[in-house]
Design a binder for this molecule. Structure first.
Ligand code: VG1
Ligand code: CO
Length: 543
């Protein structure tokens, strides 16, 4: 058995984005590319030496190969124990649960989340810290710096143990624990929700449909929804994980989860629909003929949290990412809770959760979660909704409508312009940046602009500052326009535009969001010139 020290040169651009390093599979397959990034993790995270590392991924193309390389590198870099999901699988929230349950020093998650997979698709590597959450900016920066001065990587030249059989084994002097990928996560969820009440709901004829989008959540959904809650097997759609996600785009939104959306909009629809993404951290919630806006979902979970055993003693606070609608703020204000506004990306919730300042948090991008793990959690949100539905005995639509009547409705939409030429995207953002100082005082129809700025965030726990987190145009409590560049795309630049308008009057709460938001949408275009410059007639994806 020998440890090999292999010379390499640094690769340009190994800088983690919103959530880990995401690149085309082919880029990751270049000799030494994955190895360089992983070695940089070991070089910059000395606690892993002699410690435990959790490893698993969403099962996409290249997952198993990459896991094998990382396992042999971990052994060569002095990791004492590697805890790996069988088949090298772990959903992102499950990886977080495993890190916490086994008090590991960190974890490596192999996923490009909602990005498509397959040989021509995307791959990703993400490092999570000992709290189970995505590495904070300071850590990802240290990893990036290490990639830039790398000269060697270390790897053990030895055959891998059987990764498909649960049990204890070893690789060199490293202990390898192959675990059931579902167990720890299911355990955490069973402690939070009223499984008896949900079981009774389903037994009483309440019908659900869960779409795994051929990604990681299939086995998790089967355990939780079918085996524990007694839902019929036919409730599971696309729950066999495939390395290319069946050619689909594992992003749970009405645009990409077409089959499920059609089912819920069709005749004899189930009462409740849900889907999750590639790595199982996102969720979409559907009622009959209704897609719940993720921002509303966060607010509704917060307003009803007291109905759920794990949160019956109340919430410490709520946080949302900046572009997420202010629906959650309205609930926090009513409940007298602190509400934090963080930059996009789950890593920014970590400190608030660790410090006990918040219990629930969420993002407009179909992500919700709580302090039970340190990642957003798709099936957690599904169970949370089912628990509320079991207690309130109302339909999804009734719950949403009642919420709007009580708290007002925040009309909301996100427009994505994908794979825009990078220089055009930069130019449009520069146009808007230049316009910002003159905007306050101007009007968008009847709405007065009260502030316009570039969002920067000071972490209230450790004081770290994150600048350049998106451009905002704010019309008091009435409306907002936000523009930012995506940090997860792998082709050109993806521009995200976010629109929000508040309607307290129940008589005005039944409009079509796109129509309602049209003046904001037009105003944004007049400043950005994105359609004009990119030659597109509209966004690629509207959610
Ligand atoms: C997107 C979402 C962001 C989310 C991130 C990771 O980032 O907007 O809210 O945290 O994806 O989610 P960006 O930079 O492309 O806007 V996941 O499920 O892809 O890990
Ligand atoms: Co994801």
């Amino acid at each position: 058995m020998s440890i090999q020290d292999i010379a390499i040169k640094p690769f340009a651009g190994q800088k983690p984005g919103t959530s880990g390093l995401r690149k085309k599979v082919r880029e990751f397959q270049q000799p030494g590319y994955l190895e360089a990034f992983v070695q940089a993790i070991f070089d910059s995270q000395p606690a892993l030496q002699g410690g435990s590392l959790v490893l698993g991924g969403d099962g996409r193309f290249f997952n198993r190969e990459a896991a094998g390389i990382i396992l042999r590198m971990a052994a060569a870099n002095g990791v004492a124990r590697c805890i790996i999901g069988s088949g090298a699988l772990l959903s992102t929230p499950a990886a977080s649960a495993v890190i916490r349950a086994h008090k590991a020093q960190g974890g490596i998650i192999l996923s490009a989340s909602h990005n498509p997979g397959g040989p021509d698709g995307d791959f990703g590597v993400k490092f999570n810290s000992s709290n189970g959450g995505p590495a904070a900016e300071g850590v990802t920066e240290a990893i990036y710096q290490a990639t830039q001065k790398i000269s060697h990587y270390r790897i053990l030249d030895w055959p891998l143990p059987d990764l498909d059989r649960v049990g204890e084994t070893s690789l060199g002097s490293m202990r390898v624990s192959v675990i059931d990928p579902v167990h720890d996560h299911a355990q955490v969820l069973q402690n939070l929700f009223d499984f008896d009440a949900m079981h009774a709901l389903l037994k009483g004829g309440f019908r659900i449909a869960f779409d795994g989008m051929h990604a990681i959540t299939g086995p998790y959904a089967r355990r939780l929804l079918v085996e524990l809650l007694g839902a019929p097997e036919s409730s599971l759609l696309n729950c066999t994980p495939l390395p290319d996600f069946g050619g689909g785009h594992p992003d749970p939104n009405p645009a990409h989860a077409e089959e499920l959306t059609a089912l819920l909009n069709g005749r004899d629809a189930p009462d409740f629909g849900a889907a999750s993404d590639g790595d199982g951290d996102r969720n979409m919630i559907l009622g009959r003929n209704l897609a719940v806006s993720p921002s509303d979902s966060l607010a509704i979970l917060a307003a009803n949290a007291h109905l759920v055993p794990g949160y019956k003693n109340g919430l410490a606070g709520i946080a949302r990412s900046m572009p997420t609608s202010r629906a959650a703020d309205a609930v926090a204000a009513k409940l007298g809770l602190p509400c934090y506004e963080t930059p996009t990306g789950w890593k920014f919730f970590g400190n608030l959760l660790d410090a006990g300042r918040i219990t629930l948090c969420g993002e407009e991008s179909y992500g919700t979660g709580s302090d039970h793990v340190r990642e957003k959690d798709g099936l957690w949100a599904v169970l949370f909704w089912l628990n509320i539905l079991a207690v309130r005995k109302q339909s999804v639509t009734e719950i949403v409508q009642q919420h709007w009547r009580q708290f007002g409705r925040h009309y909301y939409s996100r427009h994505d312009y994908e794979a825009v030429q990078s220089d055009i995207a930069a130019d449009c953002m520069a146009n808007l940046t230049k316009a910002l100082p003159d905007l306050p005082g101007q009007k968008i129809g009847t709405l007065a602009i009260t502030a316009a700025d570039e969002f920067s965030y000071t972490d209230p726990v450790d004081g770290s500052i994150s600048r350049n987190q998106g451009l905002r145009i704010i019309c008091g409590d009435q409306a907002r326009i936000i523009a930012r560049l995506s940090g997860t795309g792998t082709e050109g630049a993806t521009v995200r535009l976010y629109f929000e308008a508040y309607e307290p009057d129940p008589a005005g709460q039944q409009d079509d969001p796109q129509q309602r938001l049209a003046p904001l949408i037009d105003f944004a275009e007049s400043l950005l010139g994105l359609r004009r410059q990119s030659g597109r007639s509209g966004p690629d994806v509207i959610t």
